[in-house]
Write a protein that binds this ligand. Structure first.
Ligand code: SF4
Length: 355
């Protein structure tokens, strides 16, 4: 029986059902499972290795195998081969020192077809299960031995289109007896899915003790007038900017320092320039504490877009700064291996040696 995906409550029920003990045994099994990939039900044996069946209890922690990986300057992109033959993509990004950020996928493909995005070209193939989301973190920590301190849902897919599985995985990532990653170290990136933003707002209010209000939200903006944004991001036709702004102002994250980000991809001749800067400044009015992350476009295969010059980037950055907006220009780590924003899902079926 593969225990991956089981909550503490599930494990407690299992332990009782199998007459293996009570709360203490369940806690041990739960924390061994997610902390070390072990399933020994309370009897840790130095000789047993991670991801092997527990001695005689029939439980396993079965992670999908790594089907390909590539490293550049410390950034590692890896694929997991799922039961149906599809592959997830995840990126380990060094933070300096011992710790790393993990960029996680929530879907295979994506339905939103943003014009600048490689994943969008695939269309939506399917949601990842809670187990497949969890497996990405466990692989980074147990297989690659990279301690993860931050998680960003910025890989393949729109996280809010897979709300229940993403939140289910977050519950385990953040459980103090499992991975114990604080909610404030997790960022959910969204295309501007107003339905998902509203669900999170509701959940954060209803289940205050679970600290969902501490999750960071990164909204992929990439345009600050409806015509321009709809051109790049079809989601804007469903939820235009005014509706998006209203829903963000309702969130528990609104007005809280460092919890609300606007991601803005800088594309030469499309999203850059003084006029776009002015529109972005206008959109940002009314948000007291947002941060804008400017992401120089990472030219993909056949993208048809280019990134602006360093001078153009600098000028746009200064324009926002002068208007009193907190702004960062992000370096795209892992540019060559297509591990930068909007660049996953580009060649799923190709030989991974060529990634
Ligand atoms: S940018 Fe995000 S929402 Fe848009 S197509 Fe790509 S993965 Fe989907």
């Amino acid at each position: 029986m593969n225990l991956l995906g089981y909550t503490y409550e599930d494990i407690l029920a299992l332990v009782k059902e199998n007459k293996m003990g009570g709360r203490e045994e369940a806690k041990k099994l739960f924390s061994d499972l997610y902390g070390e990939g072990r399933c020994e039900a309370g009897r840790k044996q130095a000789s047993s290795s991670p991801m092997q069946p527990g001695p005689g209890n029939g439980f396993v922690c079965d992670l999908p195998p790594v089907s390909g990986s590539i490293e550049e300057g410390g950034t590692i992109k890896f694929l997991l081969k799922l039961e149906d033959g599809l592959e997830t993509e995840s990126i380990i990004l060094p933070m300096g020192g011992r710790y790393n950020t993990l960029c996680i996928s929530s879907q295979i493909g994506c339905r939103w077809s943003c014009a600048f995005c490689e994943t969008g070209k695939m269309g939506l193939i399917r949601n990842l299960t809670k187990v497949e989301i969890l497996a990405q973190l466990m692989t980074a920590e147990l297989v690659y031995k990279k301690p993860i301190r931050n998680i960003v849902f910025m890989g393949m897919g729109e996280a809010f289109d897979n709300f229940d599985n993403v939140l289910g995985a977050i519950d385990i990532f953040t459980h103090p007896w499992a991975m114990n990653i604080p909610k404030k170290s997790i960022c959910i990136s969204t295309v501007g899915n107003v339905q998902g933003i509203s669900r999170l707002t509701e959940l954060a209010r209803k289940e205050r003790d679970k600290n969902y209000h501490k999750l960071h939200l990164a909204v992929s903006l990439n345009g600050a007038d409806d015509a321009a944004r709809s051109h790049l991001m079809p989601v804007n036709r469903r939820w235009p900017l005014a509706e998006l702004k209203e829903s963000l102002m309702e969130t528990e994250q609104f007005g809280r320092k460092d919890l609300l980000y606007f991601e803005y991809i800088m594309i030469k001749g499309v999203t850059d320039g003084e006029e776009n800067g002015r529109k972005l400044i206008d959109f940002a009015k009314g948000f007291p504490k947002i941060t804008v992350n400017l992401i120089p476009f990472n030219p993909g295969r056949d993208s048809g877009f280019e990134k602006p010059t360093a001078e153009e980037l600098e000028r746009f950055h200064e324009q926002l700064l002068t208007a009193g907006i907190r702004v960062f220009t992000r370096n795209s780590q892992g540019e060559r291996i297509m591990a930068a924003c909007g660049q996953l899902g580009n060649r799923k079926s190709e030989n991974t040696d060529k990634m």
